[in-house]
Design a protein around this ligand. Structure first.
Ligand SMILES: NC(=O)c1ccc[n+]([C@@H]2O[C@H](COP(=O)([O-])OP(=O)(O)OC[C@H]3O[C@@H](n4cnc5c(N)ncnc54)[C@H](OP(=O)(O)O)[C@@H]3O)[C@@H](O)[C@H]2O)c1
Length: 310
């Protein structure tokens, strides 16, 4: 299994899940230090793993990654592509260099991954490419122009590849389209809007998306949507475009932006930030902590009552 985007969020959750069932892994992302951590996590789960620091936007980098995978393990059966970056801002206020790097990473580099993976699969007689798109490959939202344009492009590319793969037995192309997921992609995003973004409710876990990905690896499907609101949003966008356009701006500002102000910044669009690379973004309550707090409630109330000065 090759995982591009293995150091954070969904890719890291999937790498762990593949490792737990003993799959042999080749892990790629830009940050060498975090990749070494993820390799160690996979090894601790009992898997053989190779980490190959890779910037997928660099010339020849994806081919070199495939070579490293084949050198180590003989062939690639599954290539999971999750790597992406995000940028908030009105289109005209987002610097062109930021918009272009988002498209370069999220669409053009995804195409480079698909090209390399499909050529290797054809030569080897089969393989499964899993592209992680987004519900934003089916609907649109303001302030995310580069990301939305890329995800629509990736959706179109993925569907073309599925149609072409019909002529190459054994070669499968799957699209996984999550809604909101609790990962740090929101904190890591570039921001030229002034307000920090957040995942709008309902938010699912990266582990839930990882399960859908593992399922695709075992039983390839055209597209898997992960997120309870995805269908509702897609129906609203398609059937009632006028109403959708009236509501989407206010809803985006209410549900998908925090009140926290931020100066303009490029986030991880141009370079990795190892300190922000974790599986969960901290957008969901920690249920364990919540249960402990509820469990400790009677004691806390008791001691508060005992402290009352009567
Ligand atoms: N989180 C959500 O709510 C959500 C919703 C729908 C779809 N998705 C999609 O799910 C996928 C994973 O997102 P996530 O939320 O898990 O994001 P994330 O936590 O920010 O992880 C993104 C991964 O991509 C890697 N990456 C970024 N640029 C790269 C480059 N140039 N070369 C190689 N690796 C690169 C990052 O590592 P380095 O920075 O070290 O390179 C990191 O491992 C993305 O395709 C995203 O669009 C996410």
């Amino acid at each position: 299994m090759v995982v591009t985007g293995a150091t954070s969020g969904i890719g890291r959750a999937a790498a762990r899940a593949f490792a737990e069932r003993g799959d042999r892994l080749v892990l790629a992302a830009r940050s060498p230090a975090t990749l070494a951590e993820v390799r160690a996590e996979c090894a601790a789960a009992g898997a053989q793993a190779l980490d190959v620091p890779t910037d997928i936007t660099a010339d020849g980098a994806v081919d070199a990654l495939a070579d490293a995978a084949v050198d180590r393990f003989g062939r690639v059966d599954v290539w999971l592509h999750t790597a992406a970056v995000m940028a908030y801002g009105r289109f005209e206020e987002t610097p062109a260099r930021v918009f272009e790097q988002v498209v370069r990473t999220d669409l053009l580099a995804a195409a480079a991954v698909a090209r390399v993976a499909l050529r290797r699969f054809q030569a080897a007689g089969g393989g499964t490419l899993i592209l992680v798109g987004s519900v934003l490959g089916h609907i649109t939202a303001p302030y995310l122009s580069g990301y939305v344009a890329s995800k629509w492009g990736l959706q179109g590319l993925g569907r073309v590849l599925q149609q072409e793969a019909r002529d190459t037995p054994g070669v499968e192309v799957c699209l996984v389209s999550p809604g909101s997921v609790d990962t740090p992609v929101y904190q890591r995003a570039a921001n030229h809007l002034g307000r920090l973004g957040r995942p709008p409710l309902p938010v699912t876990t990266p582990e839930r998306v990882a399960r859908a990905i593992l399922d695709c690896a075992d039983r390839p499907r055209r597209e898997v949507s992960v997120g309870r609101a995805n269908v509702v949003m897609r129906v609203g966008f398609t059937a009632l475009p006028g109403v959708y356009d009236v509501l989407v701006g206010p809803l985006m500002r209410l549900l998908a932006l925090t009140d926290r102000r931020t100066p303009p910044r490029d986030g991880v669009v141009f370079a990795a930030d190892p300190s922000s690379e974790v599986v969960r973004g901290g957008w969901l309550p920690d249920l364990g902590q919540l249960a402990r707090a509820v469990g400790g409630l009677p004691g806390a109330v008791g001691s508060a009552l005992r402290r009352r000065p009567w």
